[in-house]
Design a protein around this ligand. Structure first.
Ligand SMILES: NC(=O)c1ccc[n+]([C@@H]2O[C@H](COP(=O)([O-])OP(=O)(O)OC[C@H]3O[C@@H](n4cnc5c(N)ncnc54)[C@H](OP(=O)(O)O)[C@@H]3O)[C@@H](O)[C@H]2O)c1
Length: 324
């Protein structure tokens, strides 16, 4: 099969088109004919060698058709989504014609949607849904701050939070992007800054923060919460550096909760993929209740341009690659 292989760590030229053997059927696994896949920040980190693990074939998610499933968990020919379960990290991922995913990380998606639209859902919406409705347990009427809201993850969270009746303050580094976030339903926007808690009137009245900017604003996000409020760390748009000289005694806000979510746990005990209503999300999309349309769609032969656009922050939303 034709695959995009990570030959070395580094720039765009690290991704090479190559013929490699098709994945064989294996118990507990599903071989999927890939129709489309989303591009993720994690894959940029893997390409650069900044992530803990990277498989020769990158790609942490895909949508496609079941080619083989020896255990019979999924019918051959069924429309499915696959995400994580080591894809692109410890086992070959989705930048290829076929991939072999663990059964635990595959979900049926019965929806009459174009592949490019379906491909925008799995990783982004599964993660955003889990952060909002499991880690943060957001409720109707609550005030949520989404930091890094113009990212595809941030936009997905914004749309689902607004649909759930939350009030959202969304952050971006550029004022020009305020109107885009307001169109998606944010109550208002703020320019992202490391000390945002000092500059918003609602500090100490915020119910939840979804922090996609990362470690550098963990403490600031806790500072803006009301007593009993929660902050979920789930993105690192501002960089991967750890928190230096962290002294909780001197730096932590009292009476608030910090939680973390990494989608690599999907499919492990405690985090079954079946917990995430991917089917309902797809139905909401088909019914016009949720717009997940990707911002940019590339062909399989355009992986270098797709990575370049993500690295340059040019997309303004989810990037997907379709195979034919
Ligand atoms: N926890 C998980 O399981 C999980 C799952 C998926 C993704 N993620 C993480 O979530 C984050 C978002 O991923 P994505 O794929 O949705 O990203 P994306 O769409 O590529 O994000 C692009 C946005 O990042 C913002 N940005 C870029 N550099 C920034 C900086 N230095 N500080 C603040 N904002 C910056 C830009 O916003 P402005 O220019 O508008 O400010 C840009 O619109 C990534 O860190 C990714 O690794 C985590």
């Amino acid at each position: 099969m034709r695959a995009i292989v990570l030959e070395k760590f580094g720039g765009l030229d690290s991704l090479i088109y190559k013929e490699i053997p098709d994945p064989e059927p294996k118990a507990g696994h599903v071989v999927i004919e890939i129709k489309a896949f989303g591009i993720n920040h994690a894959e940029i980190h893997m390409r650069r060698g900044e992530w803990a693990e990277a498989a020769p074939v990158s790609g942490i998610e895909c949508v496609g058709l079941v080619k083989s499933c020896p255990g019979g968990e999924f019918p051959v020919g069924a429309k499915v989504a696959a995400l994580m379960g080591g894809l692109g990290r410890t086992i070959n991922g989705s930048y290829a014609e076929y991939t072999r995913a663990p059964v635990s990380n595959v979900a049926l998606i019965k929806a009459d949607l174009p592949w490019a639209v379906l491909a925008a859902i799995p990783e982004t919406y599964a993660t955003a849904w889990t952060c909002l409705f499991r880690n943060l347990e957001i409720e109707k009427g609550q005030l949520l701050v989404i930091r890094g809201a113009t990212s595809s993850f941030g936009q997905a969270a914004l749309k689902m939070a607004v649909n759930a009746g939350a009030r959202v303050i969304a952050t971006t580094r550029s004022r020009e992007r305020f109107s885009m976030l307001e169109k998606l339903g944010s109550e208002r926007c703020e320019v992202e800054r490391h000390d945002l808690s000092n500059h918003i009137a609602e500090t100490k009245r915020i119910d939840s923060v979804l922090n996609l900017v990362g470690n550098s604003v963990v403490l600031d996000s806790l500072t803006m919460l009301r007593r009993g409020g929660r902050s979920c760390l789930a993105g690192w748009l501002g960089g991967l550096d750890p928190i230096h000289d962290f002294n909780p005694l001197l730096q932590m806000a009292s009476g608030v909760y910090l939680t973390f979510f990494g989608s690599f746990v999907f499919g492990t005990p405690g985090f079954p993929l079946s917990d995430v209503p991917l089917q309902r999300i797809a139905e909401d999309v088909a019914a016009g209740l949720l717009d997940v349309k990707p911002a940019r769609i590339f062909g399989f032969e355009e992986i270098h341009e797709a990575h370049r656009v993500m690295e340059a922050n040019e997309a303004g939303g989810k990037i997907v690659v379709v195979r034919d």
